[in-house]
Design a protein around this ligand. Structure first.
Ligand SMILES: Nc1ncnc2c1ncn2[C@@H]1O[C@H](COP(=O)(O)OP(=O)(O)OP(=O)(O)O)[C@@H](O)[C@H]1O
Ligand SMILES: [Mg+2]
Length: 396
């Protein structure tokens, strides 16, 4: 059993014959100057085997040949001699069916000065088949090694990435389920209470409960819309519909929404910068969604002070910034907030509602419109999100 296994292993490893570099040869009686000519004419020829009627009898490597000839009086001394006189007459000769690694070991066992000499390859009848370049083999081996190391590293990196993605997905589902549960529970609870009250004929607080129920349903719809939007974006199914529209009234409209969202908090909402009108060619629904996302965040994370929407234009672009005097974002959380469910771990923020999808969607929408988004913040003092959009999509 053991022996059979060994044989299978042997057939799988590459053979010397498969890597023959060259079959170039000369007859032993050719003169040194003719060989010199041959080396001169074929600059990529590293060696020549000396072969006498199919039988290899020596090896001339370019390097050693040149060293001999360029020696003082080299040409005068050797030029007219037969090549066999200066050839290495005991080169390493290996059978074509020998394993490559065995050939390599034998080559490297030689003396230092011969270590890179070519290996002559013969067949079963000891007939000349060609030679192998040791240098080339070493280079190939090191490339193979480097590639396999690299490939392993890439595979490991991919596995880590997949692992991370699957963790993100599980986290995503866990978060979605959690986020959906609260409004759904509220709706069921309120409906139950109202049913019982109606049965008992108690109609007081009915209006209040109904409005709570509506709020929960709206909240639920917002979460579902976000999830659907994100999956549409990820599937590349979100389309852009460009049309001319005025940004100024749109910003006033979303500012009004922010005032409502800020509720009873002492927060002023202002629109500054370009007044009057500023028409751009873009996707209005998406621009509105971007602004709503930024302003709802500003309203959510600001307890007092102000929220300012500023509009400027220049260089074929419009810049809309949303600044608030809210809790701010730590420098180390700057990237995280743009990731799906990237709600910053913070006991205070945990109290806020949301899925952590708003900014992920926003960043994707901005990119779809050919724009950019940036954030700057001073923790504890406030945050500014800046969106830059092309005035018309062609100008970008
Ligand atoms: N203006 C801001 N001030 C302070 N922190 C902010 C501000 N905007 C965003 N953040 C932080 O970034 C996180 C991610 O924001 P994002 O809008 O993506 O999610 P969310 O508002 O928590 O949920 P959703 O928008 O899906 O309802 C927030 O949870 C918050 O921690
Ligand atoms: Mg948000």
């Amino acid at each position: 059993m053991g022996e059979r296994y060994m044989e299978t292993a042997q057939t799988e490893s590459p053979r010397v014959a498969s890597l023959i570099t060259s079959r170039e040869k000369v007859a032993p009686l050719i003169t040194v100057s003719v060989v010199g000519q041959q080396f001169m004419n074929t600059t990529d020829l590293d060696a020549l085997s000396v072969v006498d009627c199919d039988e290899p009898v020596g090896l001339v490597t370019r390097q050693k040949f040149m060293l001999t000839l360029f020696r003082r009086y080299g040409f005068e001394l050797y030029g007219k001699k037969r090549i066999i006189a200066i050839a290495d007459t005991a080169p390493l000769i290996i059978h074509e069916e020998e394993r490559l690694d065995v050939a390599m070991d034998k080559a490297l066992e030689r003396q230092d000065k011969d270590i890179y000499d070519e290996i002559i390859v013969v067949d079963d009848a000891d007939r000349y088949k060609g030679y192998l370049s040791v240098k080339q083999m070493i280079m190939q081996q090191s490339t193979i090694l480097a590639n396999s190391v690299m490939q392993k590293e890439i595979a490991r990196e991919r596995a880590r990435e997949l692992e991370r993605m699957s963790q993100v997905k599980s986290q995503f589902i866990a978060n979605v389920t959690h986020e959906l549960r609260s409004p759904v529970n509220a709706i069921i609870g309120l409906a139950e209470v109202m049913k019982i009250s109606t049965e008992k004929g108690q109609t007081d607080r009915m209006k209040e409960r109904l409005s709570l129920l509506t709020t929960s349903a709206i909240n639920l719809r917002a979460i579902i819309t976000n999830i659907l939007d994100l999956s549409k974006i990820e599937a590349g199914k979100m389309e852009v519909f460009n049309d001319g529209f005025d940004l100024v009234p749109l910003l006033h409209e979303v500012a009004e929404t922010a005032r409502i969202l800020a509720g009873g908090k002492p927060v002023d909402v202002n629109v500054t910068g370009t007044i009057g009108s500023l028409v751009i060619l873009s996707d209005m629904v998406k621009v509105r969604q971007i602004m709503i996302n930024l302003l709802s965040n500003a309203a959510k994370f600001t307890e007092r002070g102000s929220i300012t929407v500023d509009l400027t234009q220049g260089n074929g672009e419009v810049t809309i910034s949303v600044s608030d005097t809210g809790i701010g974002i730590r420098r180390e959380d700057g990237e995280k907030i743009f990731e799906a469910f990237g709600q910053v771990e913070n006991a205070h923020i945990k109290q806020h509602e949301g899925t952590g999808l708003g900014l992920t969607i926003t960043r994707n929408l901005v990119a779809m419109l050919g724009g950019r988004i940036a954030m700057s913040s001073s923790f504890g003092e406030g945050t500014t999100f800046t969106v830059t959009l092309p005035i018309s999509p062609i100008s970008h």
